[in-house]
Design a protein around this ligand. Structure first.
Ligand SMILES: Nc1ncnc2c1ncn2[C@@H]1O[C@H](COP(=O)(O)OP(=O)(O)O)[C@@H](O)[C@H]1O
Ligand SMILES: [Mg+2]
Length: 259
């Protein structure tokens, strides 16, 4: 079973404090946490701290061990990251990108196993017909799906996804998050996803953390966090929140609140 947590994360760009004392609830066994907050609230910066791309004060723990003490190969085998920007629109083909990334990460799979994995993921994400098309010929949505395929290729225990569905239409948003949840269930893994869509967060996340200006405003279950008061404070919108047919919060945005 995987256990992932982050404690008292503080970080700066220059002299500006971007995140202040941010702690995430402990995640374990098939749990997904949604990171919500308006633009510039610090979601991507927090993701970059969790992946180790950005330095920070505080602690990120995987199964009780500090990220800084975990060997790079072990970390990359267990933790996969999908950055907010999709792969660049270069002349590289998705298949080439998958193989070269696997080689760069020194993943512990035979060529046959890796080939099968890539084929399976491309099939699930509707990329099979585009596997040999240069990335610059693909739409932004397809390139975002290639970004997700890169993260899923190694069957990670921890998935850190920065707005994984922002360029996708309704069908593919759900396919992607269904696939993420399926992978978590299979391995007892955990995921953290920065999301913009409140409906997706309510549907797919066990816990939600709401950020504003680098501080946590609310944390808990979707019912705890997606309240009209919290949404008015953070997003400056008037909402009504009811309960959908599956017992999840259903947010209806009424109007912006002018400041
Ligand atoms: N490389 C950087 N240099 C300086 N400031 C940055 C940099 N990246 C992000 N920021 C600032 O950090 C804050 C949080 O940004 P970000 O983490 O990207 O927010 P979000 O992902 O929630 O939109 C913003 O004010 C942004 O301008
Ligand atoms: Mg961001």
């Amino acid at each position: 079973m995987t256990i992932f947590s982050a404690h008292n994360i503080t970080t700066h760009y220059g002299k500006t404090t971007i995140l202040q004392d941010v702690s995430l609830p402990e995640l374990k066994q098939d749990q997904m946490l949604g990171l919500l907050g308006p633009n510039a609230s610090g979601k991507s910066t927090l993701m970059r701290c969790l992946t180790g791309e950005k330095s920070y004060q505080g602690r990120v723990l995987l199964d009780g061990a500090d990220r800084a003490d975990i060997e790079r190969d072990v970390w990359h085998q267990r933790v996969a990251t999908m950055p907010q920007s999709p792969p660049n629109p270069t002349a590289l083909m998705p298949t080439e990108l998958m193989w070269s990334t696997a080689r760069a990460l020194d993943l512990d799979f035979s060529d046959t196993e890796l080939g099968n994995r890539i084929e399976d993921i491309f099939d699930r994400l509707g990329l099979d017909a585009f596997a040999l098309s240069p990335l610059h010929t693909l739409s932004g949505g397809k390139r975002q799906l290639v970004g997700l395929a890169l993260a899923l290729m190694r069957d990670p225990d921890v998935l850190l996804l920065d707005e994984p569905t922002s360029a996708l239409d309704l069908h593919w948003r759900m396919v992607v998050l269904d696939l993420v949840r399926e992978r978590l269930a299979k391995r007892g893994g955990v995921a953290i996803a920065a999301l913009h869509d409140l409906d997706l967060a309510a549907r797919y996340c066990d816990q939600i953390v709401l950020l504003e200006s680098g501080k946590i405003i609310a944390a808990g279950t979707p019912h705890d966090v997606l309240t009209p008061d919290n949404l008015a404070r953070v997003y400056h919108v008037e909402t009504t929140v009811s309960v959908d047919a599956f017992g999840r919060p259903l947010v209806q945005v009424i109007r912006p609140i002018h400041q």
